[in-house]
Structure formats: C-alpha cells, structure tokens
Design a protein around this ligand. Structure first.
Ligand code: SF4
Length: 79
C-alpha cells in the first residue's frame, strides 16, 4: 500500500462531540488564547506548574490543558 492509497484522516463523531463540549467550556470561562493585561495562566493560582509552557488548569470548572499565555475570567493571583 502506497501513502497515496491510504485513506485521508477525517474527524470522527467523537471529535465533533468533544469539539462542542470544549467550545461550551471555553465560552463559559471566557477563555482566551492571550493574556488580559498582566493576568495570564502561568501567574494564576490554578496553573499547575508555572515553569511549563503548557499545563493543567485545576480550576473545578475547567480541568483542561491550557497555555501559559492564555487567560480566563476565573484567573486568581498566586498567594
Ligand atoms: S483558571 Fe483560567 S486563568 Fe487560571 S490557569 Fe485556569 S484557564 Fe488559566
């Protein structure tokens, strides 16, 4: 089988479902892919490891991976 004869990858029903779920989640959080002034994920209380550029956000309404320069309405300062 040559690479040209392989079926082209296509999203499955589960991808559509996850995309809708994540879209609702990001809309609820007003999640943005850029900082809000000085507020960003890597200086937020809920960002698991500020030394990493992608990390787990443990906010109870999110619990997803986020980027260090992202931001959402639930940002809280690190104590
Ligand atoms: S709560 Fe919001 S700002 Fe804080 S790490 Fe999670 S997504 Fe980023």
């Amino acid at each position: 089988m040559t690479p040209d004869s392989l079926p082209k990858p296509e999203p499955k029903a589960i991808d559509e479902q996850k995309m809708i779920e994540l879209k609702h989640l990001t809309q609820d959080a007003v999640l943005k892919g850029k900082p809000y002034g000085d507020e960003r994920c890597n200086n937020c209380l809920y960002y698991a490891d500020p030394s990493d550029s992608i990390q787990y956000c443990w906010h109870p309404k999110l619990r997803i991976l986020v980027g260090e320069q992202w931001w959402c309405q639930w940002w809280e300062p690190i104590e």
